[in-house]
Design a binder for this molecule. Structure first.
Ligand SMILES: Cc1ncc(COP(=O)(O)O)c(C=O)c1O
Length: 383
């Protein structure tokens, strides 16, 4: 593979699926239950065991997981939830779904994660929760965030869409959480096609999440206002069809067996990028907070002395599917129209203007990575 070889296409992220995964899915397709069978419970148990949390609820996608978490946390009209602008829009949209308002706190210049000091500045008497996002799989400063939450009596809902298997002070993200959510979109640490999970340590939340996922319908007579017979069920509140299929959960169970292997390879590739760029003053590599182990969902670099558009397009033209994570959420027209036009999180804006996510996924070969590195270095010298 050479710098000028245009026949290649290397995406920024990609699922890793093997025969065992395919067999697991095929088995469900031959079974009686394509959905509402036993696979979601098995998948939830696997994730709980891995993370060390007490309860998990599998759900149709990571956005639904955030919606469910905000809803059962009681976010409602007039409530403010503080989150980061440097994230996928879902991290903030979930607050709107519940009638609340996301409030953006700026990010830390080094980690790109929400800055606890700015969280504190953004607290008002309407603030109900903090919603930190473990961007790229790098854990947020959770001690500082929980300290602020305790001081101001706020809830903490962690968006761990990027962070399955990432560790903060030796524990998996989600282990000690009030609630943490995950996504299983194909580029994520494991995949179920589309899919998500909420983990919690509170039984009451677990029960509410299970109801929310399926129209808030129950067949448990102890929860019903009356019972007319064994056919009977009641809708206790407004819920959704956010169920995940057994087909997806079978894939998830099979993928969980390989999570450690996936994480090892992601971390190895990240180290190789770090090493390759160590002496290149044009490139800022992802900073790693001591006492954390990133899951390296993304490898986000900055090239602040160069025209990002030129570098980005040069890489794309070479067949390298780079991406940018993320456009600050409040830049989007929906947010601009809804009162966020005067917001400025200067660190997030500055970082965004230089960001490029390089390819990183377990199936990326050393040879492909070398091609990415050489192409980027060549562009930085010439563009
Ligand atoms: C930080 C973050 N939160 C939430 C989501 C939503 O997850 P999903 O695509 O599974 O709905 C994503 C998806 O990319 C994400 O990156």
């Amino acid at each position: 593979m050479s710098v000028l070889d245009n026949a290649v296409y290397i995406p920024y992220g990609r699922q890793t699926i093997d025969e065992e995964d395919i067999q697991a899915v095929a088995e469900v397709l031959r079974s009686d239950y394509l959905t509402t069978g036993t696979k979601s419970i098995e998948f939830e148990q696997e994730v709980c065991k891995y993370i060390g949390a007490k309860y998990a609820v599998a759900i149709s996608n990571g956005t639904a997981a955030l919606h469910a978490a905000c809803s059962v946390a009681g976010i409602g009209a007039g409530d403010e939830v503080i989150t980061t602008p440097l994230t996928f829009a879902a991290s903030a949209n979930c607050v709107f779904y519940c009638g609340g308002r996301p409030v953006f706190a700026d990010v830390d210049k080094r980690t790109y994660n929400i800055d606890p000091e700015d969280i504190e500045r953004k607290i008002t008497d309407r603030t109900k929760a903090i919603l930190p996002v473990h961007l790229s799989g790098q854990p947020c400063d959770m001690d500082a965030i929980y300290e602020i939450a305790e001081k101001h009596h706020l809830l903490v809902i962690e968006d761990g869409a990027h962070a399955l298997g990432a560790k903060y002070k030796g524990s998996c993200i989600g282990k000690d959480s009030y609630m943490a959510t995950f996504s299983f979109h194909p580029v994520k640490p494991i995949t179920t096609g589309e899919g998500g999970m909420i983990v919690t340590n509170e039984e009451g939340l677990y029960q509410k999440l299970r109801l929310f996922r399926s129209h808030c319908i129950t067949r448990d007579s102890s929860m019903m206002t009356r019972n007319e017979g064994s056919w009977f069920y009641q809708q206790l509140d407004l819920g959704y069809n956010y169920r995940i299929t057994d087909i997806q959960c079978a894939l998830g169970i099979s993928q969980m067996k390989k999570l450690n292997q996936f994480l090892r390879r992601r971390r190895e590739l990240a180290k190789q990028y770090d090493k390759a760029f160590a002496d290149n003053s044009d490139i800022i590599v992802p900073y790693q907070q001591p006492d954390t182990e990133s899951g390296y969902h993304l490898y986000m670099i900055q090239a602040p002395h160069h025209d990002r558009r030129k570098i980005f397009e040069g890489l794309r033209n070479a067949g390298i599917g780079v991406n940018v994570h993320y456009i600050p959420v409040y830049y989007h027209p929906y947010y601009q129209r809804n009162g966020y036009h005067n917001i400025c999180c200067s660190n997030a804006e500055e970082i965004y203007s230089h960001l490029i996510s390089l390819p990183l996924y377990p199936g990326l070969t050393d040879q492909e990575q070398k091609f990415v590195i050489e192409t980027l270095e060549h562009l930085l010298e010439t563009a």
